[in-house]
Design a protein around this ligand. Structure first.
Ligand SMILES: Nc1nc2c(ncn2[C@@H]2O[C@H](COP(=O)(O)OP(=O)(O)O)[C@@H](O)[C@H]2O)c(=O)[nH]1
Ligand SMILES: [Mg+2]
Length: 254
């Protein structure tokens, strides 16, 4: 704490970093994120960034990270810059799941237009929500075209995190009882786009059909009807449809 201004050292450092945040200086972005992560009194507002902010959620193993990887590859080919925030609300330190993601996303680590960051929550639910909002805003201020927020699973914390994105993509896979899991967690209500991944496996079409059935049962918001897509993200099958749907939803949200 500065005894004259009453401003904490981390607040001061954050203000300095904010004035120079850019895509070309991800070291400063990373530092700013750490400050916000470690001090829940620090808040960063959005500053109207043009970034598309997209949540990727779904049960473990359905292929969320594989989907993010396919999205990065596709968007980079279009010259877009991409940030990925991998949120693990349950773990105080980055666990095995995120380590696996790191390896999978490894091919993008040397690309300066790709920023990948794991976010582990040290606090409780409310703390995480405030923190994730600030971190998304920081990343937006750094000027990325796309910000993907990937969660590790489906649960109340994930639903909470998805309040801070514009477009929610729910990933499911055949034969995992995900539909049931997702509906229990309240994920079905918040999804804008449903991706039934692993369409190379048996049962994907059935899962998509069941999903469409259950979506029609819930009351729909007016301007956007949730859509169900099939894909096999390991081979980027269906990636152009996924990007097109994300774009379309983004335009409606503007
Ligand atoms: N058969 C098949 N497997 C996939 C596909 N996409 C991902 N997987 C596999 O599913 C597993 C979990 O993927 P991951 O992206 O880590 O899932 P996450 O836990 O939701 O992030 C990995 O072994 C992937 O290789 C796909 O399109 N088809
Ligand atoms: Mg993952």
């Amino acid at each position: 704490m500065n005894s004259v201004t009453g401003v904490s050292n981390s607040e001061q450092e954050l203000q300095t970093l904010l004035s120079s945040l850019s895509r070309n200086n991800t070291r400063e972005l990373a530092r700013a994120i750490s400050l916000v992560e470690n001090d829940s009194t620090l808040n960063v507002t959005s500053a109207n960034s043009p970034a598309r902010i997209v949540g990727i959620t779904g049960a473990p193993g359905v292929g969320k990270s594989t989907t993010v990887n396919a999205l990065i590859t596709w968007l980079r080919a279009q010259g877009k810059s991409v940030a990925v925030l991998a949120v693990d609300p349950s773990s105080p330190v980055s666990g095995g799941a995120l380590l696996g993601d790191r390896i999978r996303l490894g091919e993008h680590f040397l690309d300066s237009d790709v920023f990948i960051r794991s976010i582990a929550s040290r606090g409780h639910l409310g703390g995480l929500s405030a923190t994730i909002a600030s971190i998304i805003n920081l990343t937006g201020r750094a000027g990325f075209d796309y910000i993907f927020v990937e969660t590790v699973g489906v649960g109340q914390s994930e639903v909470e995190v998805m309040k801070y994105v514009e477009t929610v993509v729910v990933v499911l896979a055949p034969g995992m009882g995900d539909g049931i899991q997702a509906s229990k967690a309240g994920i079905l209500e918040i999804g804008d786009i449903f991706l039934v991944n692993k369409s190379d496996r048996d049962g994907a079409r059935e899962t998509a059909r069941e999903l469409e059935g259950s979506l029609h049962l819930s009351p729909q918001p007016s301007e956007w009807q949730p859509i169900v897509l099939l894909g096999a993200m390991e081979n980027s099958v269906g990636i152009s449809e996924l990007v097109a749907s994300i774009e379309k939803h983004g335009e409606i949200r503007k």
